[in-house]
Design a protein around this ligand. Structure first.
Ligand SMILES: [Zn+2]
Length: 112
Protein backbone atom coordinates (compact mmCIF):
# COMPACT_ATOMS: atom_id res chain seq x y z
CA UNK A 1 0.00 0.00 0.00
CA UNK A 2 1.05 3.54 -0.70
CA UNK A 3 1.42 6.10 2.04
CA UNK A 4 -1.17 8.90 2.23
CA UNK A 5 1.39 11.37 0.81
CA UNK A 6 1.03 9.88 -2.69
CA UNK A 7 -2.75 10.28 -2.71
CA UNK A 8 -2.64 13.96 -1.80
CA UNK A 9 -3.00 15.36 -5.29
CA UNK A 10 -6.10 17.53 -5.10
CA UNK A 11 -5.67 21.16 -6.10
CA UNK A 12 -9.34 21.80 -6.75
CA UNK A 13 -12.45 20.64 -5.01
CA UNK A 14 -16.19 21.07 -5.58
CA UNK A 15 -18.25 20.38 -2.43
CA UNK A 16 -21.94 21.25 -2.07
CA UNK A 17 -22.44 24.98 -1.35
CA UNK A 18 -21.77 25.90 2.29
CA UNK A 19 -20.57 22.45 3.38
CA UNK A 20 -16.87 23.21 3.72
CA UNK A 21 -15.35 26.34 5.28
CA UNK A 22 -11.70 25.96 4.32
CA UNK A 23 -9.76 23.50 2.20
CA UNK A 24 -6.05 22.86 1.90
CA UNK A 25 -4.24 22.06 -1.32
CA UNK A 26 -3.05 18.44 -1.43
CA UNK A 27 0.02 19.40 -3.41
CA UNK A 28 1.44 22.45 -1.65
CA UNK A 29 -0.65 22.66 1.57
CA UNK A 30 -1.68 26.27 0.90
CA UNK A 31 -5.17 27.31 1.92
CA UNK A 32 -7.29 27.18 -1.21
CA UNK A 33 -9.16 30.12 -2.72
CA UNK A 34 -12.91 29.68 -2.92
CA UNK A 35 -15.67 30.85 -5.23
CA UNK A 36 -18.91 30.31 -3.30
CA UNK A 37 -22.08 29.04 -4.94
CA UNK A 38 -20.44 28.80 -8.34
CA UNK A 39 -22.32 27.36 -11.30
CA UNK A 40 -19.88 24.83 -12.79
CA UNK A 41 -19.39 21.47 -14.41
CA UNK A 42 -17.46 19.46 -11.82
CA UNK A 43 -16.47 16.42 -13.86
CA UNK A 44 -15.65 15.56 -17.44
CA UNK A 45 -18.96 13.76 -18.06
CA UNK A 46 -20.90 16.79 -16.90
CA UNK A 47 -18.76 19.12 -19.01
CA UNK A 48 -19.23 16.97 -22.11
CA UNK A 49 -22.98 16.91 -21.53
CA UNK A 50 -22.94 20.72 -21.26
CA UNK A 51 -24.43 20.54 -17.77
CA UNK A 52 -23.54 22.52 -14.64
CA UNK A 53 -24.62 22.65 -11.03
CA UNK A 54 -24.16 24.83 -7.93
CA UNK A 55 -21.10 24.10 -5.81
CA UNK A 56 -18.40 25.85 -3.85
CA UNK A 57 -15.35 25.86 -6.09
CA UNK A 58 -12.13 25.56 -4.09
CA UNK A 59 -8.87 25.86 -5.98
CA UNK A 60 -5.19 26.35 -5.31
CA UNK A 61 -4.01 29.67 -6.76
CA UNK A 62 -0.75 27.95 -7.74
CA UNK A 63 -2.32 25.01 -9.57
CA UNK A 64 -1.28 26.19 -13.03
CA UNK A 65 2.35 26.79 -12.11
CA UNK A 66 4.81 24.35 -13.68
CA UNK A 67 6.33 23.14 -10.40
CA UNK A 68 2.84 22.48 -8.98
CA UNK A 69 1.87 20.45 -12.06
CA UNK A 70 5.20 18.60 -11.91
CA UNK A 71 4.49 17.45 -8.34
CA UNK A 72 1.05 16.28 -9.44
CA UNK A 73 2.62 14.25 -12.28
CA UNK A 74 5.26 12.72 -10.01
CA UNK A 75 2.61 11.60 -7.53
CA UNK A 76 0.38 10.21 -10.28
CA UNK A 77 3.30 8.26 -11.79
CA UNK A 78 4.06 6.64 -8.45
CA UNK A 79 0.36 5.95 -7.93
CA UNK A 80 0.05 4.26 -11.34
CA UNK A 81 3.21 2.23 -10.76
CA UNK A 82 1.85 1.08 -7.38
CA UNK A 83 -1.42 -0.03 -8.96
CA UNK A 84 0.38 -1.98 -11.66
CA UNK A 85 2.73 -3.62 -9.15
CA UNK A 86 4.92 -5.11 -11.85
CA UNK A 87 8.16 -4.24 -10.23
CA UNK A 88 8.27 -3.42 -6.52
CA UNK A 89 11.97 -2.63 -6.55
CA UNK A 90 11.41 -0.10 -9.30
CA UNK A 91 8.49 1.35 -7.32
CA UNK A 92 10.71 1.96 -4.30
CA UNK A 93 13.33 3.64 -6.49
CA UNK A 94 10.66 5.74 -8.16
CA UNK A 95 9.20 6.81 -4.81
CA UNK A 96 12.60 7.76 -3.49
CA UNK A 97 13.49 9.86 -6.55
CA UNK A 98 10.02 11.42 -6.75
CA UNK A 99 9.96 12.34 -3.08
CA UNK A 100 13.37 13.96 -3.33
CA UNK A 101 12.24 16.08 -6.29
CA UNK A 102 8.90 16.94 -4.65
CA UNK A 103 10.53 18.13 -1.43
CA UNK A 104 12.99 20.22 -3.42
CA UNK A 105 10.17 21.81 -5.46
CA UNK A 106 8.12 22.53 -2.34
CA UNK A 107 11.12 24.07 -0.61
CA UNK A 108 11.83 26.30 -3.61
CA UNK A 109 8.26 27.38 -4.36
CA UNK A 110 5.72 26.60 -1.65
CA UNK A 111 7.26 28.64 1.12
CA UNK A 112 6.51 31.97 -0.54
ZN1 LIG B 1 -1.29 24.08 -4.25
Amino acid sequence: MLEKFWYETGSNYFPEPGKIKVATCGICKAQMEVERDALRATCLAEALAGRKHRCDYFFCSRQNEAWHQRIHCLKMDVYREAINRHDLINLEKMKKAAKKEILKLLKAHATR
